[in-house]
Design a protein around this ligand. Structure first.
Ligand code: 5GP
Length: 271
């Protein structure tokens, strides 16, 4: 490499660092400390409330696609539930600069199952269902709290583990995608063009959301499995940014699945 090339690269890098340095602090990528016990002093701009279609998420996380055309579901939870009740995946403090969520902000704030009384557990089991069949007790909630809740806890409204779970369930009840889509005439058991589904979401919330699909490896069908709503720090809807339809193909219909009844011993599908 010639001296001239090296000097040009050097000048370019200096310009780049100067540009990043002049960004307002909130748009800069947070610096994570080397000490894993340190509290990450980083701010966030918005929340993602990620909701799932439980039936489809269950197929996906357990790879149970062979059940997709069956009248019963081998998923662990009881499917005696309203088809319109989507469940929580998580509430994720996120950062505009990286368009990503933050993670594991306070490694000393461990999950403590004792703080979840029976009433809250019952709510979590229905609204924040762990759809992984082989998961240990509280695994999903532990993961979500330690990865995302510890970043949310700096905000009064979400401080404390119990509060984080309680408040997120309240948000789910207020913004449940299934119920909002119903008001737009979009119902489980039907197939939609991506734009049609997307328009219904935009009308329902007055903001753009991220729509995610899970593709069946057996039939090639794509199922809506998650919607990510974006909210400002006062929990008002805002447009999500970045790639909004990443995992959905716009060329194929989206299937919005209906729940199936739980399989009994007699009808259980061979896995
Ligand atoms: P994140 O780490 O971004 O909060 O969530 C992604 C992770 O959650 C993935 O590893 C995915 O497998 C996992 N996941 C998604 N749904 C469930 C669930 O219902 N239960 C459990 N235990 N993990 C889940």
């Amino acid at each position: 490499m010639s001296l001239r090339t090296i000097l040009s690269i050097g000048a370019l890098l200096t310009l780049l660092f100067a540009a990043v340095d002049s960004l307002p602090k909130k748009y800069r990528k947070p610096k994570l400390p080397a000490d894993p016990d340190a509290i990450v002093d980083t701010d966030f701009d918005y929340y993602v409330l990620a909701q799932v279609v439980p039936q489809v998420q269950c197929y996906k996380v357990n790879n149970l696609w062979k059940a997709e055309n069956s009248s019963c579901s081998p998923c662990a939870s009881s499917w005696a539930r309203n088809d319109l009740d989507w469940t929580v995946h998580g509430l994720w403090p996120s950062n505009l600069y990286s368009d990503r969520f933050l993670g594991n902000c306070n490694r000393t704030a461990r999950f403590d199952g004792e703080q979840l009384d029976a009433a809250l557990r019952a709510q979590l089991e229905y609204h924040w269902t762990d759809l992984k069949r082989a998961a240990y007790r509280d695994d999903f909630w532990r993961h979500e709290w330690e990865k995302h809740g510890t970043c949310a806890m700096r905000v009064d409204a979400l401080s404390g583990m119990r509060n984080y779970f309680q408040r997120t369930i309240e948000l789910l009840k207020r913004f449940n995608v299934g119920h909002h889509l119903e008001k737009q005439g979009v119902m489980p058991g039907n197939h939609y063009d991506f734009d049609e589904f997307n328009d219904a979401i935009v009308k329902a919330y007055g903001a753009r959301a991220k729509i995610k699909c899970a593709k069946s490896p057996t039939t090639g069908k794509q199922y809506v499995n998650e919607v990510h709503l974006c909210m400002d720090r006062s929990f008002e809807m805002i447009d999500c940014t970045g790639v909004l339809a990443g995992s959905c193909s716009k060329k194929k219909k989206l299937t919005y699945a209906k729940n199936a009844n739980q399989c009994t011993n007699k009808t259980v599908i061979n896995e």
